[in-house]
Design a protein around this ligand. Structure first.
Ligand SMILES: Cc1cc2nc3c(=O)[nH]c(=O)nc-3n(C[C@H](O)[C@H](O)[C@H](O)COP(=O)(O)O)c2cc1C
Length: 190
């Protein structure tokens, strides 16, 4: 069975990116994948610093996050757009997990993986600009990124007060992206 790790680049309690990635995760589950959803803020990671790494090694929580990436075939990622780019929370986690420990292959967390990317913003463009740099980052790390992607604009008005999506078209597009990731990973595995 295809295993997918899903997470948002925001640590905010009411994050629209968390809501968006959960819908894509549902689409992936309905297509037959095993999906693990994690919150990046649950990993208590210090800001990456090579001196700290030399002194103390990789923090247990960073190792835990890296092992999660390694043990899944693909990723569903929804990123907020902060000043046209990804959040420091996201990049810090990515940087920690890029560091080699033990006998694993270099970039074991990223190479040979496939990702589907999304962004959500209250603005009209839906975080379209972060998708450009997010795609570039992941591809440089060795993770293939599906050509299809989804930027959800006006995101605050697309969920009701209980967090459920109210826009059927957006819901269908996100679920379809999750399904497409499962189908691609299934082809690659067989
Ligand atoms: C530091 C900062 C920079 C931001 N820059 C952008 C931006 O460049 N483009 C945009 O559409 N929204 C921007 N926003 C607004 C975010 O899209 C908004 O806070 C969004 O809700 C964050 O995603 P979340 O709900 O998943 O936390 C910015 C917000 C912050 C805090």
């Amino acid at each position: 069975m295809v295993k997918i790790l899903a997470f948002a680049g925001s640590g905010r309690k009411d994050s629209v990116n968390k809501k968006v990635v959960a819908i894509a995760a549902k689409g992936a589950q309905e297509a037959g994948a095993e999906v693990t959803i994690v919150n990046l803020e649950d990993f208590d990671l210090p800001i990456f610093n090579e001196d700290l790494e030399v002194e103390k090694g990789m923090p247990v929580e960073a190792q835990n996050f890296k092992e999660l990436l390694i043990s899944h075939d693909g990723f569903l990622i929804s990123s907020p757009e902060y000043n046209s780019s990804y959040s420091s929370l996201f990049k810090n986690a990515i940087d920690w997990a890029s560091r080699k420990t033990a006998d694993e292959a270099p970039m074991a967390a990223y190479r040979g993986k496939v990702a589907a990317i999304m962004a959500a913003s209250p603005g009209g463009l839906g975080g379209m600009r972060v998708l450009v740099v997010l795609r570039m980052l992941l591809e440089n790390l060795g993770t293939m990124v599906l050509p299809n992607q989804k930027a959800v604009g006006g995101a605050f008005s697309k969920f009701d007060s209980t967090g459920n999506i109210t826009d059927e078209k957006t819901e269908a597009a996100l679920k379809s992206l999750g399904k497409e990731l499962v189908e691609t990973l299934t082809k690659l595995k067989n």
